[in-house]
Structures are given as C-alpha cells and as structure tokens.
Design a protein around this ligand. Structure first.
Ligand code: FE2
Ligand code: FE2
Length: 165
C-alpha cells in the first residue's frame, strides 16, 4: 500500500519535472520573441509545477520512500506559439486525468493523505489548463495582433527601464 503510493508519487514528480523543463523552454522562447504575457505565464506556471514537486517529494519522504527525480520526457523543441499552448494544454489535461485516477487508487489503498495531495493538484492543473485554453482562444480571435501587442508592451517596458517578469 505504501509502496504503491510512493510509486505514484514518483511518477507524478517525473511529470511535474517534465512540465518545469517544457514551460521554462517556452518561457525562454516567448521572451526571445518578445511575447511578454505568454513568457510570464509559462514562467509562473513552471514555478507552480516546481512547488508541486516539493509537495510530492515531502510526502514520499514521510512514507520513508526514495525520491527518484526522474524526468518524464524530453523537452519538445517547439517555437510556434499556438503549438506551445496546445502542448501545454494537453499536458495539463493529462496530468489532471492521471491525478484523478491516482487519487482513486490511493483511496482504495486507504492512504487518504496522498489522495488529498493528488486532489489538490487536480485543482491546480485544471486552473493551468484554463489559463492556456484562454490564450489559445485569444490567439484564435486576435491572431498576429495579439502577439504584436505583447511585443509592443515588452519594448515599452524595456524603454522605460522596468525589469521583466
Ligand atoms: Fe503540476
Ligand atoms: Fe500544471
């Protein structure tokens, strides 16, 4: 029972670490292309995923397990903003589905504390999905104007000497 929870927690850490790497990669590329809003969104989300790693690792240690810190998958080198957002939205959907299933498994194994951790993560991943989904809508609605506006905002900020996010 404890072993099953530790295995699920380590699988979750692998997914979270993949998300940290992927979103930071998107952050760098959005920043480089001048897409200020998206660059900030990817960075803030990556930081939240890192906090998820911490919560999961603390639970593994409480259960006297080993924290593997394996990364789930390699970074996908996507530079197109629409493709970035679509991958990110898919990753969030997959995580929410996994965590829902794993919360149920933990409930069946009478590990209610781990179950609650997975349930709390589902809330966060659904919120992340929603943020990415809104940006996909904005891009569909406003197209290149939406991206151009972000570049203008970045230029204004740099001209004004304000630090970025
Ligand atoms: Fe997460
Ligand atoms: Fe997420």
């Amino acid at each position: 029972m404890k072993e099953k929870s530790i295995e699920l927690l380590n699988r979750a850490i692998a997914d979270e670490l993949s998300a940290v790497h992927q979103y930071m990669y998107f952050h760098f590329h959005c920043d480089d292309q001048g897409y200020e809003l998206l660059s900030g969104l990817f960075k803030r989300t990556a930081i939240e995923e890192m906090r998820h790693v911490e919560v999961l690792a603390e639970r593994i240690l409480f259960l006297k397990g080993e924290v593997d810190m394996k990364v789930g998958h390699e970074v996908k080198r996507i530079h197109d903003v629409k493709e970035m957002l679509e991958l990110a939205a898919q990753m969030e959907t997959d995580s929410a589905n996994d965590y829902n299933r794993w919360a149920n498994e933990c409930a069946q194994n009478a590990d209610s504390a781990t179950k609650k951790i997975f349930e709390a993560l589902v809330d966060d991943e659904e919120r992340h999905f929603d943020q990415y989904d809104k940006e996909i809508d904005n891009l569909a609605k406003f197209g290149d104007k939406y991206l151009a506006l972000q570049s203008i905002e970045q230029s204004k900020r740099i001209a004004a000497g304000r630090p970025g996010n």
